[in-house]
Every structure is written in structure tokens, then in C-alpha cells.
Ligand binder design. Structure first.
Ligand code: SF4
Length: 438
């Protein structure tokens, strides 16, 4: 049996840096790494640097040099890691440089340098981590926080501005999930379209190449892993157009979850969201021309402060034009701390309920028409549940929990996670019925 990989660590600087070192080691120990007390017994060495004073920086550079001379495989992290160029200028041979508090990135650099050896008998945590979803699908979080300031939302004040994960780290996690049997990845964040803007699209290593932190590049990498990949919470930036060809080629699911929230320019302005309804319609047309199977899901808020009957009717007309496949709608509710609370023109509760009903009724008819096109088609579906009456599955256009289902009458011998071809013979507003295609 191969010995467990051994990591050495040199911790410099203040007690905060020491806590970071402890966290890194705790995580590595939980993954089965051993800690080496000497350079020569280690498969790689982490140097946790301090960059507070010039003298501390000099000491950090010296420690990196010593580790390189004694061991040769060195990963640098900590306060000085924020300035990669300075470190690489003196020590170009270091394996990776990560900044302060970037535990995930350090651990990923260790995985790259010295891959963990999974041992199902003793590992406390499986390689893919602990999942709360069924085994065949998993959420993949690509960033945290948001740079927008929508007036109804307090997420930026709770979670801060956008912080994206390096692309290599996300792809490595996705690979572990694929190896653990996950068949469908649900890519989530507060704002998936903005992925990588905060990193200025910096590259990071994955497999034998560098991948940019950019939605199109990340999506292309995810598309190589053989899983269904579904994008959620995509703000409609122009560069989102880059993922449509990947959908048309079958690398990503032809599914976009875009929270438009409204269509009236006046209401969108009050919401502090982009307000170019015509251009959005034009882009939807183009997306569908390039990828005819595309399913578009969205959410809308009715009864936002200042929304008049004319604004609401504008939204209904827009929905008729856009012909979205899936729509969720909510009545506006004030959230403690949201800027929208100060806006004039509160809409009466009864009126909000009435508008919600009208919107859902308008959309029900649109969804029904969109769904009816599947009757007579053979589609692929992923099985979620099986019982004696058959299988409950989802099409490529159905995300778990929020969209419709595909009922397979003769699917009682299938298993969750199976991807099968289904001949559709019946459609309702949200769900489809059919039998296995022979
Ligand atoms: S609604 Fe979404 S895009 Fe707007 S601020 Fe909140 S998290 Fe950001």
C-alpha cells in the first residue's frame, strides 16, 4: 500500500496566520494527509507567509528559498501570497501562490501537487464531500456575493461583493462529483453571469492546461466531464451569448435560468436592474434561433412599489412576446433593510394577489403551448424516483424542485440517475407523460 501523502508546513507571522495554518492542516488531515515535521520527509511544503513589514517579507522570501532548497516542491500562501509577482520574481520555481484566507485554493494546490489517496475504510469524508442532494445530482457553487444593488434585495449587504472561485478549483470539484456518480450539475451563485469579473478572468490550472475564470471557459470545461450541466441565476450580460453555442453542441443543457423580475422600464429602473426590454427580446430570439431546444426559466415580482396597471400590462404583453418556458412569480414583499422599502406607490395587497393570478394564468397558457410541442417527440430524461407505478424523471428543460416532471409509465425497472429516452404522448402546462422509447 502506498504511504499517505505527507505535507510540511512553515507558518510565519501573526496569530491570525497561525489560525489559517491550523485550518489548512485540519482540512488536509481530514482528507488523509500526514503532517511531516521535516522538509525531507514531506512530499510538498506549504509556506504560510507574512507580508506586514519589510522585515517580515524578507523573512518570508528566505523561508520559501530554504524550503525550495531542502524539498523543491513549495506552495506559498498567506499575506504575501497576494503579491504573486514579487514571490515569483525571486523564486520562480514555486508550485503555486495563493493569498490570505484562501483555504480552498491552498488545498487545491496541494491536491494538484500531491493528490490524496482515497481510502474508503478510513476516510471520514468521501472525495466529493458531504452532499444533501440525491446521489445523482449536485449543486456546484461558483462564486459568493454580488456586485449589483437591486433595490428589493439585501444579499449584497449580507454576503458582500462578488468573490469568484478559481476555475481550476471549480473544475476539480466537478470532476470529484462526476467520479462519485453525479450525473447532473446545477451551477449556482448569486450572479452566475458575472463569474470571474472580480478575478479579472485570471487563469488557474486544471488538468494539463490553464483555464480562465470566465463563464464561457468554465462552462466549456464542465461540458467535458460527461454530466448534464445546468446554469442557474444568469444575469443577462452580453457575454452570456458565449454559452449558447455550447448548449447547441450538447456540452451544456439547453437551459437558462434568468431572473428578469419585470419588463416595464420604469419598474426595472426602480428595481435598479437593467431596463432594455427590447434588446432582451431580441437576444432571446437569437438564442432560440441558435439553439432551438433552449428552455428559458425566469422569475418575476408583481406589485413592486410604483407598479401601475399599465406597467403590469406591459409585463403581460412582454411575456406573450418572450414566450418563456417556465416562470415563477412572487408578490412583492418588503425585506428589512432593502432600499425599495422607501419607494412611494405601495400596491395594495389585494391588487398584488389579483396581478399574481393574472400573470400565472397568462403564463400557464404560454407554458402549455410550449410544452405541447414535445408530444410525439422522443426526449432524454433523468430519473429521480421509481415506484411500482413507473418512474418520475425530468427532461433537459426541468431543474429539480422548481420545474416540471416527466412521468414514465413503464419505468418501474429504472433507477434514480438513469438517463433514458422517452417517447412523449401527453403534455400539460408543466409536466409530460410517456413511455420508454424502444
Ligand atoms: S437580486 Fe440578485 S442580482 Fe440583485 S442584488 Fe440581489 S443577489 Fe444581486
Amino acid at each position: 500500500m502506498k504511504h499517505a501523502p505527507r505535507i510540511g508546513l512553515v507558518s510565519l507571522g501573526c496569530p491570525k496566520a497561525l489560525v489559517d495554518s491550523e485550518r489548512i492542516l485540519t482540512r488536509l488531515r481530514a482528507e488523509g494527509y500526514e503532517i511531516s515535521p521535516s522538509y525531507d520527509g514531506a512530499d510538498a511544503v506549504i509556506v504560510n507567509t507574512c507580508g506586514f513589514l519589510d522585515s517580515a517579507r524578507a523573512e518570508s522570501l528566505e523561508a520559501i528559498g530554504e524550503a525550495l532548497a531542502a524539498n523543491g516542491r513549495v506552495i506559498v500562501t498567506g499575506c504575501m501570497g497576494g503579491n504573486e509577482r514579487d514571490i515569483r520574481g525571486v523564486h520562480p520555481g514555486v508550485l503555486a501562490v495563493t493569498g490570505p484566507h484562501q483555504y480552498e485554493a491552498v488545498v487545491q494546490a496541494v491536491h494538484q501537487a500531491v493528490p490524496p489517496i482515497p481510502n474508503p475504510f478510513v476516510d471520514l469524508v468521501p472525495p466529493e464531500g458531504i452532499k444533501l442532494t440525491p446521489r445523482h445530482y449536485a449543486y456546484l457553487k461558483i462564486s459568493e456575493g454580488c456586485d449589483h444593488r437591486c433595490s428589493f434585495c439585501i444579499i449584497p449587504s449580507l454576503r458582500g461583493d462578488l468573490v469568484s472561485r478559481p476555475a481550476g478549483e471549480i473544475l476539480a470539484e466537478a470532476e470529484r462529483l462526476a467520479e462519485a456518480g453525479v450525473k447532473e450539475l446545477l451551477v449556482v451563485s448569486q450572479d452566475t453571469g458575472a463569474y470571474g469579473l472580480d478575478l479579472r478572468h485570471a487563469e488557474s490550472p486544471w488538468r494539463d492546461r490553464m483555464v480562465r475564470a470566465r463563464l464561457g471557459d468554465l462552462a466549456a470545461g464542465l461540458g467535458e466531464l460527461g454530466m448534464w450541466v445546468r446554469l442557474h441565476y444568469v444575469y443577462p450580460y452580453p457575454h452570456v451569448d458565449e454559452v449558447i453555442p455550447l448548449m447547441a453542441e450538447g456540452k451544456l443543457l439547453p437551459y437558462l435560468d434568468i431572473p428578469f423580475q419585470h419588463a416595464s422600464p420604469k419598474v426595472l429602473k426602480a428595481m435598479r436592474r437593467p431596463a432594455d426590454h427590447e434588446r432582451v427580446l431580441e437576444r432571446i430570439r437569437r438564442w432560440r434561433a441558435d439553439c432551438p431546444d433552449l428552455t428559458i426559466r425566469s422569475t418575476f415580482i408583481v406589485g413592486f412599489p410604483g407598479e401601475t396597471e399599465a406597467d403590469f400590462e406591459f409585463l403581460l404583453d412582454w411575456l406573450e412576446e418572450a414566450q418563456l418556458d417556465r416562470v415563477g412569480a412572487f408578490k412583492y414583499e418588503a425585506v428589512d433593510g432593502a432600499a425599495a422599502n422607501a419607494l412611494p406607490g405601495a400596491v395594495d395587497e389585494e391588487e398584488k394577489c389579483f396581478r399574481l393570478e393574472r400573470l400565472m394564468e397568462t403564463q400557464r397558457a404560454i407554458s402549455e403551448t410550449r410544452m405541447r410541442r414535445h408530444v410525439g417527440q422522443v426526449i432524454e430524461a433523468i430519473v429521480d424516483e421509481v415506484d411500482e407505478d413507473g418512474a418520475i424523471a425530468r427532461s433537459k428543460g426541468d431543474a429539480p424542485e422548481i420545474d416540471g416532471q416527466v412521468f414514465i409509465d413503464d419505468g418501474e425497472d429504472l433507477s434514480p440517475g438513469d438517463i433514458v429516452r422517452v417517447a412523449i404522448d401527453e403534455a400539460e402546462d408543466y409536466d409530460l407523460w410517456g413511455a420508454l422509447a424502444r
